[in-house]
Design a protein around this ligand. Sequence first.
Ligand SMILES: Cc1ncc(COP(=O)(O)O)c(C=O)c1O
Length: 423
Amino acid sequence: MPSKTAKKPAAYKAPSFAKNKEYFLRAAKVIPGAIYGHQTPAITVPGSYPYYATHGEGCYYWDVDGNRYIDYMCAYGPMVTGYGNPIVEAAAQKEFAKGNCYNHPTPLMVELAETLVDQIKFGDWAVFGKNGGDMTTWCTLVAREATGRKKIVMCKGEYHGIGAWCTPGHGGLIEEDRMHIHTFKWNDLAGLRALFDKYPGQIAGVIMTPFHHPAFGDSEMPAPGFWPGVRKLCDDNGAVLILDDVRVGWRLSLDGSNEYFGFQPDLACYCKAIANGYPLSATVGRDSLKNAAANVYLTGSYWNSAAPMAAALANIKLLKKQNGPAHMIKMGERLQHGLVARGKAFGFEMIASGPGSIPFVRFGEESNFMRQQVFCAEVTKRGHFIHPHHNWFLSTCHTEDDIDNTLDAAEEAFKIVKKQFGE
Ligand SMILES: Cc1ncc(COP(=O)(O)O)c(C=O)c1O
């Protein structure tokens, strides 16, 4: 039954996606796949989701048909202090106006490296790229350079980017790309130990996310003793421990997710929450790997640009002032608990996983995601963007009112799912 305390949602009018579809059809003629990667409509619910955005403000954005959404994907992570945040924008725009991209880095790069080294306790140095995958791939090379070994170990089902060594896609790969990549299951220390035993003196590095956040699945936290166990196995076997904090970084702790879970890696990659949507990624590393890092070539046409670094400095300061992770965790937990409670009132057992700042909620007792897809599509059509298969993200702009409005929309969606599928 619907909750008695819920406010009556505004009368529902199905949104038009006419312009979204028009652009998609135009794109299909000139862009392979029209919209590729994880933004493809094929992995949401075709026909129920927007395809093209025009602008955003705070935790809201608008699509080309003028539909407004409270955004629970936050551009798949990069929006963290709000679309068009005036403080971050002012810092970035000042650099754009001056020139932005030069023959050299600007002093902002030094300042940002100093900020990260100060912020991330285990870190002694920092470097910068544009995307998360720039950094994860580079870190595997640093591990190889430092150890003189070939093999990289990763967890099954974890995403580290589109490098040939790790892409979840199949196109264009050759057998040799994965010849030295080995996998074990999340939380399976015995599985990791078995790899070290099978390849003694051959494993250069182990790369993992701070908790397990696969697509099409529940997030899994590290079991007690898991991270200390991984750390010890790496130490005992002379392998580099690489933390891929690209997605989770600074949504759990501004000290880095490793501090939240109580361990220290050798290298950590950051990206999504750094610069509030400006293109920037970073790796922070230990002194012992500084020489190896200097030997692995690292550059890109836009990698020294000033504006994203200015945005990052402003964004980091703001996240600290706002105590960003705590707010995002609190808002996300309100959403998780609310969805579980309101689902229960309709007879559904909802499974909430992941921390509040990067939550995921799905229907229990179904493995085919059919109810989940209908539910998420109905919520999204009501102006609250949630993804059926990928974890969600909170920002520092989400308020209790936003969450409660979304929960009201969720009640409408639960009603539709119940009608269509029964309990
Ligand atoms: C955990 C993780 N690592 C690496 C990446 C790759 O980052 P990018 O898409 O910026 O290259 C992502 C992107 O979603 C990610 O979630």
